[in-house]
Write a protein that binds this ligand. Structure first.
Ligand SMILES: NC(=O)C1=CN([C@@H]2O[C@H](COP(=O)(O)OP(=O)(O)OC[C@H]3O[C@@H](n4cnc5c(N)ncnc54)[C@H](OP(=O)(O)O)[C@@H]3O)[C@@H](O)[C@H]2O)C=CC1
Ligand SMILES: CC(=O)N[C@@H](CCC(=O)OP(=O)(O)O)C(=O)O
Length: 344
């Protein structure tokens, strides 16, 4: 059994880790932290976990965490910077759901996150955990950065086209919608029912912190700098990301894009390329570690439109984190992640 510690167990990604790990046959949660809920039983706070956990929240203690085989950080940015080093020094492995180790350039990170990078010396060994791109390096790392939710949906949509060199690297547009759980569990006026229901709004159009992360991944796939316009929207749903990614073909002679996507993801257990003409719905991925995609070539055929849906808390966070854990511990990649989506 893999002994698991979770820092930040009361947030939405933390409780999603608990839900998924409750049915993982090779992992056992030993430590779960919260500073504000110290001593409270996990199952009292989250009744969906009754009968699955006999654990209480405790304040983060490095010695306790370092005794685990792997520690997940489901915390705001900056927390893993301060604790990951000590856990690694004590022989543990770290899977960080925050953005602390996603961006390779510490100065770029500081520019977008408004604070100095707290652990630049660890960046060399951090691996970006998008298994569809980095599977082999993920297997051997001890410090894993789980991609962000928007970055997962957008990169999986655009990477096949960029790798094949079929689209222009400039002028790519990612028009994205997120459910409100993406904003976390902390109380904020903008997350209130009266603010979010029966309404939809764009935000951070001038620049969202996921922009440099997405550009880093897309530029790697293209082998050259990519220019992206990324516009996120808040939508009246709880879970889900819907990304519509527009790009321009270099030539009308682009071949069969449906076949390109099907071949690129043929061996990927968590990417489902839907039949030509499909429109994937966020509902179809609720609660599951899956990205559903469809590729379209509307109008005069110069433009490609890729639709991509994920559950922000699963393939966009905790499910992808467990997928990475499976790879890091030489388990079957799909272990504990075979849930079927909810309908309706
Ligand atoms: N929500 C989403 O859809 C996604 C979120 N993420 C990322 O995952 C991380 C967690 O997100 P989410 O679950 O939404 O966040 P929440 O705000 O819902 O939860 C944050 C958790 O971190 C703990 N925490 C806060 N500050 C500290 C600290 N200084 N030291 C230790 N623990 C702390 C909190 O507990 P306490 O204060 O009691 O200790 C709480 O359990 C974030 O970095 C987020 O960006 C990534 C992808 C998707
Ligand atoms: C709806 C909403 O507020 N979404 C968050 C993104 C989700 C998140 O927490 O970001 P990471 O994936 O980087 O961890 C935002 O726009 O900041």
């Amino acid at each position: 059994m893999i002994k698991v510690g979770i820092v930040g167990g009361t947030g939405y990604t933390g409780v999603e880790l608990l839900r998924l790990l409750a049915q993982h046959p090779e992992a056992q949660v030993e430590v779960i932290t919260s500073r504000s809920e110290e001593g409270v039983a996990v199952a009292d706070m989250y009744p969906n976990l009754r009968g699955h956990y006999d654990l209480c929240f405790s304040v983060p203690d490095v010695a306790q965490l370092a005794a685990c085989d792997v520690v997940f950080f489901a915390t705001p940015h900056g927390v893993a910077h301060s604790l990951a080093g000590e856990i690694l020094e004590n022989g543990g492995r770290v899977i960080d759901l925050s953005a602390d180790f996603r961006i390779r350039d510490p100065e770029l990170w500081a520019q977008w996150y408004g604070q100095d990078h707290g652990a630049p010396d660890l960046l060399n060994e951090a691996v970006y955990g998008l298994p569809e791109v980095n599977r082999e390096t993920i297997r051997s790392t001890r410090l894993l950065a789980v991609p962000g939710c928007y970055p997962t949906a957008v990169q999986l949509a655009a990477i096949p086209l960029l790798e094949a060199g079929l689209i222009r690297p400039e002028g790519i547009i990612a028009d994205c919608k997120s459910g409100v759980s993406g904003a976390g569990r902390g109380a904020k006026v903008g997350s209130l029912l009266c603010e979010t229901s029966e309404s939809m709004m764009a935000y951070s159009v001038a620049g969202h912190r996921h922009l440099p992360e997405i550009c880093q991944g897309l530029s790697d796939a293209a082998g050259q700098a990519v220019d992206l316009t990324f516009v996120p929207h808040l939508t009246p749903m709880i879970r889900g990301i819907h990304a519509t990614v527009y790009s321009e073909l270099k030539s009308q002679d682009a071949g069969d894009l449906q076949a390109l996507f099907e071949q690129r993801y043929a061996n990927e257990p968590f990417v489902d390329v839907m039949p030509a003409g499909s429109h994937p719905a966020t509902r179809s991925v609720r609660g599951v570690n899956m990205c559903r995609l469809s590729v379209h070539r509307p109008g005069n055929g110069n433009r490609v439109v890729v639709l991509s849906v994920i559950d922000n808390l699963v393939k966009g966070a905790s499910g992808q984190a467990i997928q990475n854990m499976n790879l890091m511990f030489d388990l079957e990649e799909t272990t504990g992640l075979n849930q079927v989506g909810l309908m309706p």
